[in-house]
Design a protein around this ligand. Structure first.
Ligand SMILES: Cc1ncc(COP(=O)(O)O)c(C=O)c1O
Length: 431
């Protein structure tokens, strides 16, 4: 996309963002108007449309400030109090704060806040508990597993022997009987619970029971839901899992990054698996921003936010059904909805394109019923984390479902209405 740089007009439209980062943006604009233009154009894209990608959110100005801070200059290989570099006293404080906040918020003995991403967190969990060739059970990719859950295109599928469990055809709910049968026949070293598109709560107790029966580790990949857990809007995997991996940028609303939670007995193994085994020096600006996000996530306002995210998703799911877009499993317990677009004679790809043309960002998504080899998928995946951060509530969800329905039917004029709705809910004023 060609971006012309900043103009007085774009400056005026992006004033709230520029105001939140005045010093940085003045410097960037003066030195590199071309790149400043890209950043501000992306800000405009994010705020002039509806962000329904389930993995995204709007990090707060405080989180963005930590990300844009001088902590990015600091090398700090190792852990607080045990660094390979000098001058780490202050970044140690930042990392300790982030760790303490994570442990207090999630009720765990140990947290590692250094993973560069959710995938890095999963890689470190495997590195801590497994050796190449070990058998692992995870949700199969067409049923909602992530790339790190055994895709042949990913390290996980290349280095481990993954077997996939799935959901029941009628209900779309996890088939715990199949999972148990698979565990009894395959004797996995670890079972992974967690998904990239499963909209319902996961029965962590059932997973624990099956893992115990076959003496497997239970790794929960709560990449999508950890923010809901923080806000008390989803059950916590912490009491059940040996290791919990997650991203920090989805419902948790922090910087892009990963986090690992575990008990004290695995703490040293997890830390060594992150550094020096799978990563280099931590990105201390991101670690500090994670600390800021965890501070926000411990507030009553965040708990209210997390509950509203779920309420909004439930209302949106119901309203999409009325648009001939039936949600898988009949609804959702979380921020996430997967809906079937085939009744409108569309594929997921076409649906994503029509929505994009109407300034609605969402993902295409494989549904368990899709024939795997064709590569054509019939689902869309939406989430309410970002629009809820903007302050949207139930009535806006009803409106969004109608806008999505109209966009998918190819009606004109939707983009203008989407822009009007988005403009009424600027993201940086309600945090
Ligand atoms: C279940 C799950 N695990 C891991 C990840 C990886 O996160 P990242 O993109 O930060 O590597 C994702 C991201 O979508 C995810 O949904």
């Amino acid at each position: 996309m060609a971006v012309a740089g900043t103009t007085p007009e774009t400056d005026a439209r992006t004033a709230p963002y520029a105001a939140a980062h005045a010093a940085d943006f003045d410097a960037l604009r003066r030195q590199d108007p071309e790149l400043a233009g890209v950043l501000l154009a992306e800000y405009e894209r994010q705020t002039a449309g509806l962000q329904l990608i389930a993995a995204e959110n709007f990090a707060s100005p405080a989180v963005l400030a930590a990300l844009g801070s001088p902590l990015t200059n600091k090398y700090a290989e190792g852990y607080p109090g045990q660094r390979h570099h000098g001058g780490c006293e202050l970044v140690d404080l930042a990392e300790r704060l982030a760790i303490e906040r994570a442990c207090a918020l999630f009720g765990c003995a140990h947290a590692n806040v250094q993973p560069y991403s959710g995938s890095s967190a999963v890689l470190a969990a495997y590195a801590a508990l497994l050796v190449p060739g070990d058998t692992v059970l995870a949700m199969s990719l067409p049923h909602g597993g992530h790339l790190t859950h055994g895709s042949p295109a990913n390290f996980s599928g290349r280095w481990f022997d993954f077997a996939g469990y799935g959901v029941r055809p009628g209900t779309g709910l996890i088939d715990y009987d199949q999972l148990r049968d698979l565990a009894l026949t395959r004797h996995p070293k670890a079972i992974v619970a967690g998904s990239t598109s499963y909209p319902r709560h996961i029965d962590y107790a059932a997973f624990r029971e099956i893992a115990d029966e076959v003496e497997a580790y239970l790794i929960v990949d709560a990449a999508h839901t950890l923010g809901l857990v923080a806000g008390g809007a989803a059950p916590s995997p912490v009491p059940y899992a040996d290791v919990v991996c997650a991203t920090t940028h989805k419902t948790l609303r922090g910087p892009r990054g990963g986090i690992i939670l575990c008990g004290s007995e695995l703490a040293a193994r997890i830390d060594r698996a992150v550094f020096p085994f799978t990563q280099g020096g931590p990105q201390m600006h991101t670690v500090a921003a994670t600390g800021v996000a965890l501070g926000e996530a411990a507030t009553p306002a965040f708990a209210e936010y997390a509950h509203q995210v779920v309420t909004n998703a439930q209302v949106l799911a119901g309203a999409l059904a009325a648009q001939e877009l039936p949600p898988q499993t009949g609804g959702t317990d979380t921020h996430l909805i997967t809906a079937d677009v085939s009744a409108l004679d569309l594929t997921g790809l076409l649906a994503r394109g029509r929505c994009a043309a109407a300034r609605i960002s969402l993902d295409k998504c494989a549904l368990p019923s899709d024939p795997v080899p064709t590569g054509s998928v019939s689902g869309i995946r939406l989430g309410t984390a970002a629009v809820t951060t903007q302050g949207m509530r139930e009535s806006e969800m009803e409106r969004i479902a109608k806008l999505v329905g109209r966009a998918l039917r190819g009606e004109g004029g939707v983009a203008v209405e989407v822009a009007e709705l988005a403009a009424a809910f600027p993201p940086y004023t309600r945090l």
